[in-house]
Write a protein that binds this ligand. Structure first.
Ligand code: FES
Length: 274
């Protein structure tokens, strides 16, 4: 790629209002959406919290909202809301994702690839070159790789921890997606992170528990989520809540009394049979 140029990356028709789309450009996964004026925005498609793809999220006014815990980003890539901290709480500066300058012109969405500038050059595209425009539009359509069909799922690991005949479940924070639902605790895997490492890290980060994996217990897929379940054993630690409302130790036969996430319900039945 030649830097410091505008590149036509999408046909304008490919970018609807009210919904983010993902595409791979310049070797990076990017999310595109339109702000409330209809102007295009282009950000790096990976939430700075736990790495979920923003292209699976929602457009809310001038922001894109992460599908996982609801962080919202503005058109500069700055995170402007962390719901779990409260609406009026300021967001630390480090919560941000990269943004590319984006414009719409001549029927295309253009992205500036290069050094940021105070002022960007005009996008020149003579209107009488209709044939060339058609060719470029065809090329753009052929190379669009929208994430929902071609990019990876959000990989999550969940841990099933049993102690004294009871199983640990946690209630999601009220401001998270699926707020107040109960779940086997866990979280999003980092890029290329094996599930058996990820679940150990997540239980330490989320609940302050040191665990080891006994065995893989199965997988549940509900696009865009792919959840890998692991039976884990406690080594040490005292539960400290960082993301959940509360936790509960529950007998296997009583787990269905709780409002569990869909995938977790299936594994409750399997758990009762072992
Ligand atoms: S992964 Fe995006 S808000 Fe948590």
């Amino acid at each position: 790629m030649i830097p410091n140029q505008w590149y036509a990356v999408l046909d304008s028709k490919e970018l609807p209002r009210g919904r983010p789309i993902g595409a791979t450009r310049f070797g990076e996964k990017l999310v595109f959406f339109r702000d409330s004026n209809g102007d295009p925005v282009c950000l790096f498609d990976r939430c700075c919290h736990r790495g979920a793809a923003l292209s699976y999220g929602k457009v809310i006014g001038d922001h894109v909202q992460c599908p996982f815990h609801g962080l919202e980003y503005d058109s500069t890539g700055k995170c402007v809301l962390i719901p779990a901290n409260g609406k009026d709480e300021p967001v630390p500066e480090r919560y941000r994702v990269n943004a590319y300058p984006a414009k719409e012109k001549h029927g295309f969405i253009w992205v500036w690839y290069g050094e940021p500038r105070k002022e960007y050059p005009e996008i020149n595209f003579p209107d009488d070159l209709d044939e060339l425009r058609d060719q470029i539009q065809k090329q753009a359509s052929n190379h669009i790789s929208h994430h929902p069909t071609s990019l990876s799922m959000i990989n999550v690991a969940a841990g099933i921890l049993e102690k004294d005949g009871k199983v640990l479940i946690a209630q999601r924070h009220r401001n998270d997606t699926h707020g107040l639902k109960w779940e086997f605790p866990g979280g999003t895997l980092r890029r290329d992170e094996p599930g058996e490492y990820g679940i150990v890290r997540e239980l330490k980060e989320e609940l302050n528990l040191d665990v080891e994996v006994i065995r893989y217990f199965g997988c549940y897929t509900e696009p865009p989520l792919r959840i890998q379940y692991y039976l884990v054993r406690m080594i040490s630690g005292e539960i400290k809540l960082t993301e959940h409302e509360q936790v509960a130790w529950v007998e296997k036969d009583r787990l269905h009394d709780y409002d569990l996430l869909n995938g977790d319900r299936i594994f409750v039945d399997r758990l009762r049979s072992i």
